[in-house]
Write a protein that binds this ligand. Structure first.
Ligand code: SF4
Length: 419
């Protein structure tokens, strides 16, 4: 019996899929070479955007046409309101926290659909995942979110925050390092609010950094309200903690930030960046932005553009606002036209392109540490310790290895290196 997994969404979903694979393998399923071979297909879905939800309906039509008529299991981030519609289309609709129960649930005599209650937490994060990479591993440290940003469905689909026991996380990292993993991603919807007894996020970072071995530590996502000096100091002294930070600002206007329920001001955010750059001057900085939030005027958007020019990000994930059911913002009038949203997105991309290019040009001639992750003919690709995309030529198979490259050229989104 064979399985195939389809993943939508973020790194956390990739990590969840690794646990789904692990449970299916304990049920004696083997990974199918392709979708046509599969007896069971698990879909790890994302609810962050309506377009992602709509794609699931398109996918189910394709799955129905497969010759083998596989069993279909839907899991991941599922909103309560969508669950009913999906139950009609899929054989099983499981809350991600219920994947541990798959061996019982998938037996024909068992119940067909998980009850979807969230009060009883079965710690699915303690399932040993089937890692999809041999050198870079996702290690969830917490799941869920307590923040209720007004545009976001995560608190509804993943429920409240639960932090994983620190000893379990550290033991997982130790095992990965022993196996030769070079990059550990600590994942969570808001890693900065991690709390397990007396251990907070900076303490957990220190514990991970103290594990002997040659590896890098990265983490995502951070929330500016919880990102503090203790994290900055830990990043500055932890030689394994990479000088890269994604700190989502979402808007450069205080009124919009308030409407988004973000609990910080532009000034607070800028002060944190200032403190961070003081301790780690070469930090590579990225952010997330939503353009066209309900009621965002041209002037308010200009504040975001100004912030982009002031901060000079290396990278950014720019999203056009779209309403998500169940969220507070969905009750507001989505009054910025799609044309205007696209214009705002384009303008921010233009600023970003300039600042990213300026910053990448500054490292031409320098030697950078790189983790090689893929290859196409003689072209190899990787990420620098600062998480910049880098490309170089070599005949050697260096995938999964740390190497040093001299930077010889730069574009906004990529640098070029030489061995
Ligand atoms: S912090 Fe806000 S944007 Fe991030 S997952 Fe929580 S509610 Fe969503």
């Amino acid at each position: 019996m064979k399985y195939h997994i389809i993943i939508f969404g973020c790194q956390m979903n990739i990590s969840d899929a690794e646990r789904v694979a692990s449970v299916l393998e304990t049920m004696k399923y083997k990974e199918a070479k392709n979708i046509n071979e599969a007896d069971i297909i698990a879909i790890v879905m994302c609810s962050v955007r309506q377009s992602a939800v709509d794609r699931i309906f398109g996918l189910i039509e394709k799955l129905k046409k497969l010759d083998k008529k596989p069993t279909t299991v839907l899991t991941g981030c599922i909103l309560k309101k969508d669950r009913k519609k999906f139950i009609e289309k899929f054989d099983y609709v499981l809350d991600i926290k219920d994947i541990k129960k798959m061996p019982q649930i998938l037996k024909p005599t068992s119940y067909k659909v998980s009850d979807g209650t969230h009060c009883k937490i079965d710690n699915y994060l303690d399932i040993a995942p089937k890692y999809s990479s041999k050198f870079s591993a996702n290690v969830p440290i917490m799941t869920g979110c307590n923040n209720f940003c007004s545009y976001c469905v995560v608190p509804y689909s993943r429920q409240r925050e639960i932090s994983r026991p620190a000893e379990e996380i550290i033991s997982e990292i130790k095992k990965l390092v022993r196996k030769g993993y070079k990059e550990i991603w600590l994942l969570g919807q808001n890693v900065n609010s991690y709390k397990n007894g007396k251990i907070n996020f900076p303490k957990l970072l220190k514990m991970a950094n103290n594990i002997p071995g040659n590896f890098w530590i990265r983490f995502t996502s951070s929330h500016p309200k919880d990102f503090n000096n203790e994290v900055i100091n830990t990043m500055a002294i932890g030689e394994k903690i990479t000088p890269y930070l994604n700190l989502p600002i979402q808007s450069g206007d205080d009124k919009i930030l308030k409407a988004m329920n973000r609990h910080y001001t532009v000034k607070d955010y800028k002060n944190k960046i200032k403190a961070l750059r003081k301790k780690i001057p070469d930090i590579c900085l990225s952010t997330d932005i939503i353009v066209g939030f309900p009621g965002e005027t041209k002037k308010q958007f200009e504040n975001t553009a100004k912030l982009f020019r002031d901060i000079k990000y290396d990278m950014a994930y720019i999203n056009k606002y779209s309403a998500r059911a169940e969220t507070a913002a969905s009750k507001l009038k989505d009054n910025v036209s799609i044309i205007e949203k696209k214009r705002r997105e384009k303008l921010l991309t233009k600023i970003l392109k300039q600042t990213a290019l300026e910053k990448n040009k500054k490292i031409i001639g320098k030697t950078v540490e790189v983790l090689v992750d893929s290859k196409k003919d003689k072209r190899l690709f990787g990420r620098t310790k600062e998480y910049k995309n880098i490309e170089f030529n070599s005949d050697k198979n260096l995938i999964g290895k740390f190497i040093k490259l001299k930077v010889i050229d730069a574009t906004p989104w990529k640098i070029k290196g030489k061995l």
